[in-house]
Design a protein around this ligand. Structure first.
Ligand code: AMP
Length: 193
């Protein structure tokens, strides 16, 4: 299997690049944000519980997202590999993911970390809010709360994977195709390694 994490703050382009990467590399896309939004749309108990955190720009509790990812892994036994987008977002999630993958005899091959400046992130998120239909993209205070959660809890996930020399930084500003080319060459180097 070939599993990768597309890592970066909200607005760094993970969703856009994920779509292109899964079609080039034949990976199964697992976005916890998308999974949670579909739970909300289905008005499930999990969705209703998650919504109150998401509306405030806070992270949903670890056990909720870990359980969701665990079921998604079990439900896709034939996958050639997974692209994790928006997960893991805490060190506890990273440790749980490593354990789940090792139980399946596999691991994370590479963590691609998109780097985008703070002003550009806010601009992109507000702009996305005009069309995304996501309420967490329209309110500047919620956007800032998400960026603070990222610094406080999520940035440490890169440190976790740095210990295993798995992190590759990629500039997330420029054209979509340029960024995609940089991500692709980072993957190609790792998959040959
Ligand atoms: P995203 O679509 O990745 O920007 O996620 C939207 C919101 O869903 C986040 O602001 C969190 O409230 C929640 N969320 C998504 N993924 C996670 C995760 N791995 N851990 C905790 N909360 C998450």
């Amino acid at each position: 299997m070939f599993n990768l994490i597309l890592f970066g703050p909200p607005g760094s382009g993970k969703g856009t690049q994920s779509e292109k990467l899964i079609s080039k590399y034949g990976l199964k896309h697992l976005s916890t944000g998308d999974l949670l939004r579909s739970e909300i749309a289905g008005q499930t108990p999990l969705g209703l519980a998650a919504k109150s955190f998401m509306d405030k720009g806070q992270l949903v509790p670890d056990e909720v997202v870990i359980e969701m990812i665990s079921s998604a892994l079990d439900n896709n036994p034939q996958a050639y590999g997974f692209l994790f987008d928006g997960f893991p977002r805490t060190t506890a999630q990273a440790e749980a993911l490593d354990k789940l993958l090792s139980q399946k005899g596999t691991s994370i091959a590479v963590v691609l970390a998109l780097q985008v400046g703070q002003n550009e992130l806010v601009k992109r998120l507000l702009n996305r809010g005009l069309t995304s239909g996501r309420s967490d993209d329209t309110k500047e205070d919620v956007i800032l709360a998400r960026l603070i959660e990222y610094e406080k809890k999520t940035a440490a996930v890169a440190d976790h994977y740095k210990k295993y020399d798995k992190v590759v930084y990629v500039k997330g500003e420029g054209s979509i195709d340029e960024i995609f080319d940089d991500l692709s060459s980072a993957i190609d180097k790792r998959s040959r390694a």
